[in-house]
Design a protein around this ligand. Structure first.
Ligand SMILES: Cc1cc2nc3c(=O)[nH]c(=O)nc-3n(C[C@H](O)[C@H](O)[C@H](O)COP(=O)(O)OP(=O)(O)OC[C@H]3O[C@@H](n4cnc5c(N)ncnc54)[C@H](O)[C@@H]3O)c2cc1C
Length: 300
């Protein structure tokens, strides 16, 4: 199969890229599973121009229909291989089919690291969250904990303390700057170092407490697991796309969302923090426009 623009990823970044590329009359094929987008389990209340809290799953569903209306074709399969050819790109699908495209947008998101503890997947979205920035507001006047050893966990705990009544930061060994450690302590966060979660306990409907490795129990309404994310290393290595020099996890782009490989653009969480839908669609828009232009289609 041949197309102008192939988009890897059907979350907010990929969908927005598809809308803008298709509206420039480029042929667009979008790969991936919309139902696997990170936004699917979210209740969104920080996205511009929507006063109501929106269900992520409905936003993605509407986004796919919107992009299809402008001509984008969605294939519900992941890319298993991507290659740079002379003057084009080849992407192989799970079923073995190959797509050749003049330009490519990488929008495959990130995979958040899980703690791998009992109760974690069972209570996801019912007291277990991976994003303080996204969900802190749901813990107004409640008691919540943050798990992690790095700066995401420490700054997450500080942010959460502005909403929640009580916050506990659970850490094996906090590896952050002295300044951030001081900020944690002065923000009123209870700091529990040398401990980890053994089990997340619930009443069948929602989280109620945590059993910790030091033998104690924390009664809480919610737990934020802030253990960082897996990035785009594998895919990037295969394509020769450059990663950020600091963490070697996220794809580096310029203002056009272009990578170091001419014709390959990237957008959304795969380009780094903040992991937010507003950033993902903004970058998706820019990537979609520039990928369409690169593929040689004229502006309508
Ligand atoms: C629990 C939770 C709550 C959140 N709440 C909010 C919120 O309230 N507000 C907010 O702004 N943000 C929120 N976020 C963050 C938001 O979901 C992300 O920033 C956003 O989804 C990023 O969009 P993306 O398109 O970059 O990646 P994703 O939405 O993760 O989409 C990635 C897509 O790539 C596909 N894919 C993966 N591998 C391949 C492959 N090999 N080939 C093809 N496709 C592939 C996936 O199937 C998926 O469709 C939340 C996130 C979580 C986890």
């Amino acid at each position: 199969m041949k197309t102008d623009v192939v988009i890897l990823g059907s979350g907010p970044a990929g969908i927005q890229a598809a809308i803008h590329a298709a509206r420039k009359k480029a042929g667009v094929i979008v790969l991936g599973r919309p139902e696997k987008s990170a936004i699917n389990g979210a209740h969104v209340e920080n996205y511009c121009c929507t006063e109501e809290t929106l269900k992520g799953v409905e936003m993605v569903d509407d986004g796919v229909k919107q992009a299809q209306k402008f001509g984008a074709i969605f294939i519900n399969e992941d890319a298993v291989e991507a290659k740079v050819l002379e003057g084009s790109f080849m992407v192989k699908l799970e079923g073995g089919e190959e797509i050749t495209a003049k330009s490519m947008v990488l929008a495959i998101g990130i995979k958040r690291n899980s703690a791998g503890v009992k109760g974690e997947s069972e209570y996801l979205g019912r007291g277990v969250s991976y994003c303080v920035e996204c969900d802190a507001n749901f813990y107004k006047n409640k008691k919540a904990a943050v798990l992690g050893d790095g700066s995401a966990a420490a700054s997450g705990a500080v942010l959460l303390s502005k909403y929640a009544r009580e916050v506990t930061l659970i850490s094996r060994e906090l590896k952050v700057t002295e300044a951030l450690k001081k900020e944690v302590l002065s923000s009123g966060v209870t700091f529990k170092e040398g401990a980890w979660i053994e089990e997340i306990n619930g009443d069948g409907k929602k989280v109620i407490s945590l059993s910790l490795t030091d033998g104690s129990t924390e009664n809480i309404d919610g737990i934020f697991i802030e253990l960082g994310a897996k990035g785009a290393m594998e895919l990037a290595t295969g394509l020769g796309v450059a990663l950020d020099q600091e963490q070697l996890k996220y794809i580096e782009t310029d203002k056009k969302q272009a990578t170091n490989i001419p014709g390959i653009f990237a957008a959304g969480d795969i380009c780094g923090a903040p992991f937010q839908m507003a950033k993902a669609v903004g970058e998706g828009c820019v990537a979609g426009i520039n990928a369409a232009d690169y593929s040689g289609k004229k502006k309508v």
